[in-house]
Design a protein around this ligand. Structure first.
Ligand SMILES: Nc1ncnc2c1ncn2[C@@H]1O[C@H](COP(=O)(O)OP(=O)(O)OP(=O)(O)O)[C@@H](O)[C@H]1O
Length: 567
């Protein structure tokens, strides 16, 4: 028993008079079942009728009159009729033949539902053409749905004996509110209700890529029936044949009742209206990124993928993929972030690990978190070794860098081998897909910090990327937590410097811009305030990827092609 509401519902149910009568009938039937009585005859009804007639034709007598009166009472007649049915074991009802006049008559259904504190889970509307009150929606998992007695399109004639013709839907609610427990409806069933549809509905799970609050939605047909959700929530969708409103339930919610949410089409149309604003914002931020392209951070440790020169270089120029993404966005070709169809996925040891992508504004602590993960378990985590065209010093090939010629590097750029690349002090630096493949092939979790535009490039069934967005805390907490931290200085050789107020402001602005533009691609948002807690949280989150609990991943990543035969 979860809530007081459930208790109240159970109490009202066990106090129902009809339930008591049913229990009594059950007890009596069980008693008689044990005796196993055999019917003496199966025509008690006609026998009683004949007897009444004969007694009526006979002499007057008080006892005879009383018996005639008794046998002609509807209850006794009904009892004898039921007796005959049971004796003959002919339980299928025999319907009277339909004559021409009654064939077109409306069939009326009386439906009785037991009401708890919760709404019954159906929305009503007034039919524009007929003025009738009809059931607009039956919310999945609500009381009305669970009984199977009320269907979409049913026309309401009476509620608790009160006719509802010419009433507005809002006037009907008080009629129901006045009663405790049972609510009775007189309905004309919708034609569609005669066929069962819900059992065959296919299940659809989506991840919401935006926040939704029905209270703020002026277009919703019924605010009270709306379902609020946050970006990242997994939703189970029912009745997805409606173009405007879906019924949905948040996965893992205890309430079985579904709520209304905008459909993908509706949300895409809404986003299309907002797009020019988003574009303007992202351009502004992009300018900031370029102006501040020299920032980096110090790790003090020489692990591949954490080298300062690479990190400085990667920011100096935009990758080809970024340019493409930008162009697509400007042309409005990219899909509006609405819902992503997802399916449950469980990693097992026979598969490669998912790629872990860390994104965040400059200086937020991506390298620090990566470094701590590597040190915590070097056999489990790995980072992709970058490629460079600079001269090899006292380094080992493939440990800190792969050293390649300028010509090879440029060919690889043309062949889209780089996830990201950049220029620093006249040399190219870049992370190639080959480096990522190598780490994955070693059976390790590949940790990669990328600019967010690169996520799309890696969003494939092969990598199944798990994207962690590392964001800064409030500016006050940043000032306090970073007071001893050193930030990589510029390439003009100031080796290290402390964070300045301006760095914090840029960090927060960049984080907001990233969240606005790419937030729908993030699976985890990690606030890096205290480094120890942030690391622990990240470590725990990454452990979950290998746990028994299913992860929700895009459905196309799980699709196994079904072989077809040409005949
Ligand atoms: N939570 C934290 N508390 C205090 N110092 C931190 C925290 N997180 C990171 N730092 C420090 O801040 C500095 C910058 O961090 P880091 O180098 O990891 O940034 P980054 O996100 O990799 O950015 P970039 O790639 O631009 O260097 C480092 O000195 C790091 O040790």
């Amino acid at each position: 028993m979860d809530t007081n509401e459930d208790l109240a519902f159970l109490k009202s149910m066990v106090m129902e008079r009809r339930l008591h009568l049913l229990v009594k009938i059950h007890a009596v039937l069980r008693r008689f079942g044990r005796v196993n009585p055999v019917p003496y005859r199966d025509n008690a009804e006609s026998l009683a009728s004949n007897m009444s007639k004969e007694l009526g034709n006979g002499p007057d007598c008080a006892d005879c009159s009383e018996l005639i009166h008794l046998l002609s009472s509807p209850h006794v007649k009904a009892l004898l009729s039921v007796h005959d049915v049971v004796a003959r074991k002919t339980y299928d009802p025999e319907l009277p033949p339909m004559d021409g006049d009654t064939a077109d008559e409306e069939s009326v259904r009386i439906v009785s539902l037991v009401k708890s504190q919760e709404p019954l889970g159906a929305t009503l509307k007034r039919d524009g053409s007929t003025g009738a009150i009809v059931v607009a929606r039956v919310m999945k998992g609500g009381t009305a749905d669970l009984t199977g007695l009320i269907h979409e399109g049913d026309e309401l004639r009476e509620v608790n004996g009160v006719p509802v013709e010419n009433k507005n839907p809002e006037e009907i609610l008080p009629i129901m509110a006045g009663t405790q427990g049972e609510v009775t409806f007189k309905v004309i069933p919708a034609a569609a209700a005669k066929g069962e549809t819900s059992a065959n509905e296919s299940k659809l799970f989506v991840r919401a890529l935006f926040d939704y609050d029905p209270e703020l939605d002026t277009a919703t047909p019924c605010r009270a029936a709306g379902l609020s959700f946050k970006r990242g929530d997994v939703l189970e969708i029912f009745g997805h044949d409606d173009d405007i409103w879906w019924q949905a339930r948040r996965y893992g919610d205890r309430s079985p009742r579904a709520g209304l949410i905008p459909t993908r089409q509706l949300q895409e149309r809404r986003v299309a209206f907002q797009r020019p604003k988003a574009l303007f914002k992202s351009h502004k931020i992009q300018k900031q990124l370029t102006e501040n392209a020299d920032y980096g951070a110090i790790t003090g440790i020489h692990i591949a993928g954490l080298r300062r020169s690479f990190r400085l270089g990667r920011r100096a120029s935009r990758s080809i993929e970024e340019s493409r993404w930008k162009i697509r966005e400007i042309l409005g070709e990219c899909q509006a972030p609405t819902y992503l169809e997802v399916a449950p996925y469980c990693w097992d040891a026979t598969q490669h690990h998912r790629l872990v992508l860390l994104v965040g504004p400059r200086g937020v602590g991506l390298s620090e978190l990566k470094r701590r993960l590597l040190l915590s378990d070097p056999d489990h985590f790995g980072v992709a070794v970058p490629y460079t065209t600079r001269e090899k010093r006292k380094e080992e090939e493939g440990v800190e860098y792969y050293f390649v010629s300028r010509q090879t590097f440029e060919l690889d750029i043309v062949n889209h081998k780089f996830i990201e690349y950049g220029h620093h002090s006249g040399n190219y630096y870049g992370i190639s897909l080959d480096s990522v493949h190598k780490v994955i092939a070693e059976g390790k979790v590949c940790l990669l910090d990328v600019q967010p535009h690169a996520i799309q490039f890696l969003h494939t069934a092969e990598f199944k990327p798990y994207v962690v967005f590392v964001k800064p805390p409030s500016i006050e907490k940043l000032r306090f937590s970073r007071r001893k931290a050193k930030f990589i200085a510029t390439k003009e050789q100031r080796p290290t410097t402390s964070f300045k107020e301006e760095d914090f402001e840029v960090m927060i602005a960049e984080a907001e811009a990233m969240d606005d533009q790419y937030g729908h691609l993030f699976q985890k948002v990690l606030v890096n305030c205290d480094i120890v807690s942030a690391f622990d949280e990240l470590r725990a989150e990454l452990r979950k990827l290998e746990g028994a609990e299913p992860q929700w991943i895009p459905v196309e990543w799980t699709a196994v092609p079904i072989a077809e035969t040409l005949c």
